[in-house]
Design a protein around this ligand. Structure first.
Ligand SMILES: *Cc1c(COP(=O)(O)O)cnc(C)c1O
Ligand code: SF4
Length: 359
């Protein structure tokens, strides 16, 4: 058995099987896990240093998941925008295609926690139906494979999907959304990268939430992908008590660049039921970005986005750098808080004749 499959097979899937030092009373947690499955593979479990730390809080079940009724079952209304089960077509030119129902770790804050790790989320039938839908819709030029985690599929299953997509002339870009480089980096084997690189242009969007997730192993996984010519981006979810301090996110973004991963999105946590204890106010994300823009390289700055409840899609948000005066002039604020009046185009400093008639 390959190393990653062995690690996966040795995952803790029940609160009672956690090592004693994580000291949990299991009665109520068993009930949590019956509603929302638990899986922590030994690699990720090994990153926990103590109870309540940022790794612990992401993967250890919590009774608030079932006692707090706030939130929505399907916060992004994915089912309503699903022409076939497992595929969401919300934007004109791209789709989200769920190809696996399993993950290497079940994150407690997951916005699809209503269905990840449960039987029937994805099947050969839904995958076939999704492929047929994409084949029939020529406006789709970008396919984002997701789940669950697509990289929990066996190489041959992944190959079948990728080659079917590549056979469609209108599909320009294939993206794989996967948390595996962070949660089970052993999965990113040379055999996997050899397979993936046959389907370029292929992008990987991974998911790191805390600087402590960047280890020798996760760094090698990302570097192996990059060496195969695969641009690797990362999305991060803002999580209360885990990474909601500006300096934590800034450190994470800087570290990601050192392992050749480009920050892509910083997400406001979705309003999924069972995740309310992770939510942060919108101001948090804006404050975090304010500590990144200008303070560190532009490559470190992700887009801060809110995926609207009810399925309106992602909305990018920026701290208030720009202000328009009543006279239609712009005042721009830099990272030090200094405000500058930006001259309108007719101003002399743009040079004479720039907007002369007949130009
Ligand atoms: C996030 C998402 C995408 C991809 O959006 P990008 O902004 O292109 O990364 C596509 N479809 C759905 C339904 C999504 O939620
Ligand atoms: S890896 Fe992604 S899909 Fe899986 S549980 Fe975590 S957030 Fe959800």
């Amino acid at each position: 058995m390959s190393k990653w499959k062995k690690l996966l097979a040795e995952s803790v899937t029940s609160p009672g099987d956690l090592p004693g030092h994580l000291g949990l009373s299991t009665g109520e947690l068993d009930e949590v896990v019956r509603t929302y499955p638990m899986r922590i593979n030994p690699y990720f479990l090994g990153l926990i240093k103590r109870k309540g730390d940022p790794i612990y809080a992401q993967c250890i079940p919590d009774t608030r998941e079932i006692t707090d009724p706030s939130g929505l079952e399907d916060p992004l209304d994915e089912e309503a925008r699903s022409p076939v089960p497992g595929l969401t077509h919300r934007y004109p030119d791209r789709v989200l295609f769920l190809v696996s129902g399993r993950c290497a770790v079940y994150c407690r804050f997951c916005n699809r926690k209503r269905k990840v790790g449960k039987p029937g989320m994805v099947s050969n039938t839904t995958i076939e139906a999704g492929l047929r839908y994409i084949r029939d819709h020529h406006e789709i030029r970008d396919v984002l494979l997701s789940g669950g985690d697509p990289l929990l599929l066996e190489n041959n299953a992944l190959k079948r999907i990728l080659s079917a997509l590549r056979a469609m002339r209108h599909v320009e870009i294939i993206r794989i959304g996967t948390r595996v480089p962070c949660t089970l980096p052993q999965r990113v084997t040379p055999a996997l990268t050899d397979l993936l690189k046959k389907y370029h242009p292929l992008y990987v969007v991974t998911h790191f939430n805390h600087p402590r997730e960047i280890t020798r192993q996760s760094a090698s996984a990302c570097e192996r992908l990059a060496d195969a010519g695969i641009p690797v981006g990362s999305q991060t979810v803002l999580l209360r008590g885990i990474n909601d301090r500006a300096l934590t996110i800034r450190e994470l973004m800087r570290k990601l660049l050192t392992i050749r991963v480009r920050p892509y999105y910083l997400f406001q946590a979705d309003l999924a039921r069972g995740t309310a204890h992770f939510w942060t106010p919108l101001d948090t994300g804006l404050r975090v970005l304010d500590q990144i823009h200008g303070h560190t390289s532009g490559l470190c700055a992700p887009h801060f986005a809110v995926d609207l409840p009810g399925g309106g899609g992602k909305v990018p948000m920026l701290p208030d750098y720009a202000e328009k005066t009543e006279k239609g002039r712009w005042i721009l604020r830099n990272y030090q808080g200094k405000k500058t009046l930006y001259p309108p185009p007719e101003a002399e400093c743009f040079g004479e004749g720039r907007h002369a008639k007949g130009e």
